[in-house]
Design a protein around this ligand. Sequence first.
Ligand code: ADP
Ligand code: ASP
Ligand code: MG
Length: 424
Amino acid sequence: MGLVVQKYGGSSVADAEGIKRVAKRIVDAKKNGHQVVVVVSAMGDTTDELIDLAEQVSPMPAGREFDMLLTAGERISMALLAMAIKNLGHEAQSFTGSQAGVITDSVHNKARIIDVTPGRIRTALDEGNIAIVAGFQGVSADSKDITTLGRGGSDTTAVALAAALDAGVCEIYTDVDGVFTADPRVVKKARKIDWISSEDMLELAASGSKVLLHRCVEYARRYDIPIHVRSSFSGLPGTWVSNENPQGDAQVEHAIISGVAHDVSEAKITVVGVPDKPGEAAAIFRAIADAEINIDMIVQNVSAASTGLTDISFTLPKAEGHKAIDALEKAKDRIGFDSLRYDDQIGKISLVGAGMKTNPGVTASFFQALSDAGVNIELISTSEIRISVVTRQDDVNEAVRAVHTAFGLDSDNDEAVVYGGTGR
Ligand code: ADP
Ligand code: ASP
Ligand code: MG
C-alpha cells in the first residue's frame, strides 16, 4: 500500500473502450488501498496524426506552436480518462504537465525536465482523488511557454513524478507483457525478461527498444525508482527494471546477453574527400553540434596515400537529416570536403548484455550469425556491454531473428503476444 504512479501508453487508450478498460484498472488499484497518480499518453496514433497535420500547413513548424499542438493529444486522453473514472463512482482530477509542476528548460520539442513541483497533485491525493497527468509535456522555467519532452516522453513524465512523489514503484503499462529479448513484433519467439538491470535496459533503450524511453530509464536509475513494465491488456506480471536484482547477484551471472535491439529511425551521412589533417573532424562535428543534432556512430576511413583525402561517415536520427546536411553545406568551404552522401535506408542491430564483458567470443558469434544470414555490415561500434552494426534496412528483421537464435534466446513456449498498437 502506498503511492503508485501508473503510465498508460497510447495503444492502451486508443479508443473509448480502451479508456474504460484502463479506468477500471486504475480504480482497482485505488480500491486496493493505493494512492494513484496516472500519467497518460495521447490516444493511439494521435501524436503522429498531429505531426502530419502540422507538416501539411508548414514544412518547418515553429517549435513553440508545434509543442502547443502536440500537447493537445494528451489533454484529450487525460480528460476522457478522468470522466471514465468518475463514471465508475470514483473521484479523479486531470492536470496538464504545467499544472502538475513539470518544469523544463526552454528547448522546444525535446525539453529536459529541470524540476518537478507536484503541489497540486499532492493536494488532489490528500483529498482522496485519483490524479491524472498529461504525459510528455511541461512548462519552461524561463519563457513560461509550454514544452514537450520529445517522442515517447510520457515514460519520463511518469518516472519524474514517481521520484518527486517518492512512489514505491512506477508502473509502465503498454501493449506487450513486458520487456522481451527482442521486439515481439519482429521475433515471435522472443522471451519475456522477469528482471533486467537499469544498465542493460538503458543500453537496449538507447539502441532502439522503444518499450521504454532511454531518458526515463536514466532518470529511474539516478533516483533509484523501480520500474514495472507490463501489459494493460492482460493481468500478467511484467518485467522489473531496477539497479539491484531483487533476487541477489547470483542471477546476474547467468544472463550473458539481455537482448537484441533494432532501430530503423537513423540515417547515415558520409562526408567525402576530407583532408586528412588535425582539426577536420572537430570542424565537421562542431557544425553538427551547433545545429543541436545528436549523432550516434562515427567511422573514418583510412586515407588514400595518393590524395591525402579520407571519408567520414556518421549516423543520426532521420528526423535531423536535412538540418545536418544544411549545416554541413554552409560550412563546406571552411571544412574543405568534396561532397556529402545521404542514406536513409539503413538499420541498426545491437546485442546488449553486461555478461559480454567477461565472455570472449560474443563478438565473433555475433558477426558469424550475421554472415550466416547473408547480412552485410556497413558500420560497427562497441561499448563494454553492447555491439552494434549498421546494415541495409531491408536486412534488419532477418538479422535480428538470426542473432536472437544464435545466442539461444528463442523461447520454447508460446509466441510473444502483441495486444494492440500499430507499431508506428
Ligand atoms: P506505448 O504506446 O505503450 O508507449 P510503445 O509503442 O512506445 O508503446 O512501446 C511498446 C512497443 O515497443 C511494443 O509494442 C513493441 O513492438 C516495442 N518493443 C521494441 N523492443 C521491445 C522489447 N525488447 N520488448 C518489448 N517491446 C519492445
Ligand atoms: N504522445 C507522445 C508520443 O507519441 C508521447 C508519448 O506517447 O509518450 O510520442
Ligand atoms: Mg512508448
